[in-house]
Design a protein around this ligand. Structure first.
Ligand SMILES: NC(=O)C1=CN([C@@H]2O[C@H](COP(=O)(O)OP(=O)(O)OC[C@H]3O[C@@H](n4cnc5c(N)ncnc54)[C@H](O)[C@@H]3O)[C@@H](O)[C@H]2O)C=CC1
Ligand SMILES: O=C(O)CCC(=O)C(=O)O
Length: 478
């Protein structure tokens, strides 16, 4: 069970004392003013990671909100400098044979960002556009997210530029086996525990785990997102979407507004999007859209449960593109090559991929009267879009807080595996709810303690960072 907010975040009085102790112990060291140190650090990170746009955007997003804290408490500048350099970055060749007997070569990645709070933990993504910069940005984001869950898990992310679109089941299996033939040596239940992300679901986790088991001769909890038959957790597939809606509900309640009876834009049509729509329906909200990389569908009166079941089946049929929904629904409209953010609605739940919402989409959403944006995807909003939302008093929940339900239930899967137990749906769902409430309360409290009234983005960054940074210091400045 997560501990309460007061148990885990230090108050500013203790931070003042630590700042004093730090300045006494460093009094003989000639140092620049903290403002300058932070700016030098930002420039050094940009120079060292030149060209890695996604990673640098993720670092800037955090640094923009941590800057006043680092200036006031300069003992945290060095931990931040260490934190932006991943502990380990692995890139490797994955060669495999396709159904026509041809050799195919892909690149595999695992970035083990930080282990201050526990073994590395984070998903694997198979996507044609994946590169080291994207993996580093996602692994960096995972540091703060996993810290917020309070479940003692470190952070990692990985995957490959393998594009599973149109690949047969046999090809996906052979790719997974080849991928794991290199990666297995870096994994283990106390070392690094991957899970799924885009295009990696329970089928891929099965193939990856099977190969891990053959190579290590261990049946252990080195993966989460497993099938229920062999150690998976109830509610893991639903967890990110359900957790997102729980989080947005807490946020809306805090502002005395309601999701019930209000319209929502949802992007994506994968795991996160589908269970976001399902939970929105449970709460009496009206989800209007879903999308994929080819376009979006708009259901003017909102999707029903029956519609959602059809969409789930479309997804299981592997090559079921969303456009096929229009053959099922007489009322739906399909918009090829467009994103759903021009639709008029009260709330937006971006649940597809990074970079979906630029300043352009943000200002269209605002013109259409959007009240809140809650991120199910990782890093879907650009830094300009985030600033725009905040300036225009639009509620904004960053993915590292709002979509943490997935990794949180992965953490619960690890606990169940250690205990050789499987908890019921009801037990896991209740724990998920409490964790999302705790993340909301913790982020809100940190925001208000550090002068960012009700700013959940700043609060999530501050609370997530302090716990990791203090642990890094306590473990000998690692
Ligand atoms: N699965 C999980 O537990 C978690 C996932 N996330 C994030 O949620 C997002 C969605 O992940 P999942 O639903 O798990 O993956 P998924 O593979 O089930 O679905 C991905 C969705 O994104 C769409 N998509 C892919 N490339 C796109 C592009 N270039 N433009 C527009 N749409 C595109 C796909 O059509 C699909 O609808 C990702 O950003 C992922 O990192 C975040 C936390 C946990
Ligand atoms: O369940 C996990 O280990 C990680 C999920 C994930 O990749 C994420 O939170 O972005």
């Amino acid at each position: 069970m997560p501990v309460s907010v007061t148990q885990r975040s230090e108050n500013s009085h203790i931070l003042e004392l630590k700042a004093k102790a730090y300045s006494t112990s460093h009094s003989g060291v000639a140092k620049k003013a903290p403002e300058q140190q932070v700016e030098d650090l930002r420039r050094a990170v940009h120079a060292r990671n030149e060209g890695e746009r996604e990673f640098l955007d993720a670092v800037d997003e955090v640094l923009n909100t941590l800057r006043p804290l680092l200036v006031k408490y300069p003992q945290y500048i060095e931990p931040f400098e260490r934190l932006v350099e991943p502990e380990r970055q692995i890139a490797f060749r994955v060669s495999w044979i396709d159904d026509n007997g041809n050799q195919v070569v892909n690149r595999g990645y695992r970035v083990q960002a930080n282990s201050a709070l526990g073994p590395y933990k984070g998903g694997l993504r198979f996507h044609k556009d994946l590169n080291m910069s994207v993996v580093k940005s996602l692994a960096f984001e995972q540091v703060f997210k996993n810290s917020l869950t309070n479940l003692l898990i470190g952070a990692a992310k990985g995957g490959s530029d393998f594009d599973p679109t149109g690949r047969s089941d046999g090809e996906v299996m052979r790719f997974c086996q080849s991928f794991m033939t290199e990666l297995y040596r870096y994994l283990g239940p106390d070392t690094d525990i991957p899970s799924g992300d885009i295009n990696v679901g329970s089928r891929e986790i099965g193939y990856l785990f099977g190969q891990y088991k053959r190579l290590t001769n261990h049946f252990n909890g080195a993966f989460t997102g497993k099938d229920l038959n062999w150690g998976g957790s109830n509610i893991r597939p639903e967890a990110t979407g359900y957790g997102l809606v729980y989080f947005s509900e807490y946020y809306c309640n805090h502002r005395r507004i309601s999701l019930k009876g209000h319209k929502s834009i949802v992007s994506g049509s994968g795991n996160v999007a589908i269970y976001t729509v399902e939970k929105l329906l449970d709460l009496g909200s009206i989800p209007l859209t879903l999308s994929d990389s080819n376009g979006y569908i708009y259901e003017p009166a909102g999707f029903t449960r029956k519609d959602l079941e059809f969409i789930k089946e479309l997804r299981i049929s592997q090559n079921g593109y969303l456009q096929q929904y229009t053959a099922y629904s007489k009322t739906a409209k399909y918009f090829p090559n467009e994103k759903p953010f021009t639709v008029k609605a009260d709330f937006a739940f971006p649940c597809a991929i990074q970079g979906e919402i630029t300043l352009n989409e943000a200002s269209t959403l605002a013109k259409n009267g959007i009240k809140g944006v809650f991120e199910g995807a990782n890093l879907p909003s650009s830094n300009e879009a985030i600033s725009f939302f905040k300036k225009n008093q639009i509620l904004f929940a960053p993915g590292k807080a709002a979509n943490a339900g997935g990794v949180a239930v992965s953490g619960l899967e690890m606990i169940q595996n250690s205990q050789r137990q499987q908890w019921s749906k009801e037990v896991v769902d209740e724990k998920l709810r409490l964790i999302m409430k705790d993340i909301f309360d913790t982020s809100l409290k940190a925001a208000n303690d550090f002068g960012y009234t009700d700013d959940i983005q700043a609060g999530a960054n501050i609370a997530g960072f302090l716990k990791v940074a203090d642990s890094m210091i306590q473990q000998g400045n690692v």
